[in-house]
Design a protein around this ligand. Structure first.
Ligand code: NA7
Length: 546
């Protein structure tokens, strides 16, 4: 087995730096598990993490109201029975502080920190063809090398600011939801502006509306927000959950998106109008994503079917907002229900019934510039103490693009993917040997309850490295035909889907200048897992092993 002691040479300057078998970028949920698994294999591993602590998404997104939209008990790691039994989720949909605590607990329990370098943002990763090693450099000049490079950089980790003039002139406090400071902003009694009404904005707005002095929400596109129905987990339920983890995880393995929710096998039009309405009321009253991923099977493929539920949701919104003119602005009309990620909420629409809250429709009055005291729209000037950007992320590929990753012949990954990602299984890309992209573009883990599918990714990569070591292979690279076929297949998975019809981050359409193309995988979790298993069983079919 591998030498587990890293050899150190000069770690900065021009030397090759520390030597490892594998380097992992990111100490979020996925990176932590990959570290744990590679250690078990006897590899020397170093994780580089930009933050000062573990947690990834749950480290950075510490804005008020941030919480799971997956049932907590379907989100935690499944690999350790001991961990499952000793961790008590306190709420059905756990909040950020608790989620961060959980990931810290895991890091401590499995003694993971000693192989993680914190405050280390990777600037470049260059493949040395002759040595068959990846050479990494962090932004502060630290250098290291490894045979395997494994990215666990997350799907939504490259925060995106709007391209509006004048931010540098703004003199008040401001921040992005995805880069929320550790010392919380004091918003009590303040004049606050929020730009963006996606899943983050909806959670944040609902929470801060309870304490701010005045809130102005700048909305570009209204969303179909659905009730989360969160509540604490009582003792009896806790026991039941702990006794039924095998069934919970089995269910997650079998559903389309790795959640506990299954699409209903019926078509919208197989039932009478009364039955349909009763079904909609039923799923609306149930927790989590039941309304999206447990809806009729054709809600995501037939516009006609989708319209029936979209109108149901619009009526729910209208019923909750007192001022019909405001309600009208909040009602989505330009995309099908579920074609963008459905924000789950706990009192969001009622916020707009508060006297101290104003909704500005940016389609009517766009922002023209940020000013020293706030911002200007085409008609009005606003002043704030705090301005919050809930404007989302350069999704899926953004975090890759922010690292200078160069493979065979110095080819940049960013350049290769400029017209959209090309991958095999969303785990490798031709020209980048020994680079594994966990939860990367085209990967089944993207359109999934991430922990369930990222565990699959990690275990598959670990098995692959074990196989390579057992068979004396030092290098693995996807083959061109396999990459072409997978990339075409990814497009096929969405060909009949209404996901195509929205300007969402799924499509890269939220990032100015980015090629509009499907960045994820919509073939479903079971199909993805089966394909990965088949590839492995056939001796890593579609990969060249040397
Ligand atoms: P999202 O879902 O991408 O939402 C970003 C929001 O910000 C959305 O309402 C955008 O409007 C708005 N936005 C983005 N750029 C601008 C500009 N330039 N001007 C005005 N408004 C803008 O990001 P979130 O952080 O809420 O959620 C990301 C994921 O995290 C979510 O899907 C969950 O998986 C968890 P738009 O709709 O583009 O018109």
């Amino acid at each position: 087995m591998a030498n587990t002691t890293p050899q150190t040479s000069s770690t900065t300057g021009t030397g090759p730096g520390e030597q490892f078998d594998a380097i992992i970028i990111g100490a979020g949920l996925t990176g932590l598990y990959q570290l744990y698994k590679l250690r078990q294999l006897g590899l020397s591993v170093r994780v580089y993490e930009a933050g000062s602590g573990v947690g990834g998404t749950w480290y950075w997104n510490r804005y008020p109201g941030a919480r799971f939209d997956s049932e907590s008990y379907s989100y935690g790691y499944s690999f350790s029975e001991e961990l499952l039994q000793e961790w008590d989720w306190k709420e059905h949909f756990s909040g950020q502080p608790e989620n961060e605590r959980y990931l810290n607990y895991v890091a401590d329990k499995f003694d993971l920190r000693r192989d993680i370098q914190f405050n280390a943002r990777v600037a470049s990763a260059l493949y040395d063809e002759r040595a068959n090693r990846w050479q990494l450099q962090t932004e502060d000049g630290h250098r290291a090398q490894a045979q395997f490079l494994i990215t666990a950089v997350g799907v939504l980790s490259a925060p995106q600011m709007p391209n509006v003039a004048g931010l540098d002139t703004y003199t008040g406090e401001w921040c992005h939801t995805g880069l929320w400071p550790k010392t919380p902003l004091n918003l009590a009694g303040k004049r606050v502006g929020v730009i963006g009404t996606g899943a983050s904005g909806v959670q944040l707005i609902t929470e801060i509306a309870k304490e701010v002095g005045h809130l102005t929400v700048f909305q570009r596109t209204p969303n179909y927000c659905a009730p989360l129905h969160n509540k604490p987990i009582d003792e009896e339920t806790q026991k039941k959950i702990k006794a039924s983890y095998p069934e919970i995880f089995k269910k997650c393995r079998e559903t389309f998106a790795g959640m506990i929710h299954h699409f209903d096998p019926r078509s919208v039009f197989e039932v009478s109008a009364e039955e349909r309405e009763a079904f909609y009321e039923q799923i609306w009253s149930e927790p989590g994503f039941r309304k999206w991923l447990g809806n009729f099977r054709d809600v995501m493929s037939s516009k006609e079917a989708n319209d029936t539920f979209a109108e149901f949701v619009r009526n729910k919104i209208r019923a909750r907002v007192k001022d019909p003119a405001v309600a009208n602005k909040l009602v989505p009309t330009n995309h099908p229900f579920g074609s963008k990620r459905v924000p789950l909420e706990s009192g969001y629409y009622e916020v707009y019934n508060q006297d101290n809250v104003v909704l500005v429709d940016l389609k009517e009055t766009p922002i023209t510039r940020i000013t020293p005291k706030g911002l200007k729209t085409s008609t009005t000037e606003y002043e704030f103490d705090v301005l919050i950007f809930a404007t989302g992320f350069d999704a899926v590929t953004g975090a890759f693009n922010r690292i200078n990753i160069r493979g065979v012949g110095g080819q940049g990954l960013k350049d290769k993917w400029a017209d959209g990602p090309r991958t095999y299984l969303g785990i490798q890309s031709v020209g980048f040997p020994n680079l594994f992209t966990l939860v990367g573009p085209h990967n089944g883990a993207t359109f999934c309850n991430i922990p369930r599918c990222s565990e699959q990714n990690v275990e598959w990569v670990t098995d692959c490295i074990r196989y390579m070591r057992e068979h004396n292979h030092g290098r693995i690279e996807a083959k061109l035909d396999a990459e072409g076929a997978w990339t075409a297949h990814v497009a096929d998975t969405i060909a009949d889907s209404l996901l195509l019809q929205a300007d969402s981050w799924f499509m890269g359409a939220n990032t100015p200048g980015k090629k509009r193309t499907f960045l994820m995988y919509a073939g479903g979790t079971p199909a993805y897992r089966a394909k990965c298993d088949e590839v492995a069983a056939k001796g890593y079919e579609g990969f060249a092993l040397q």
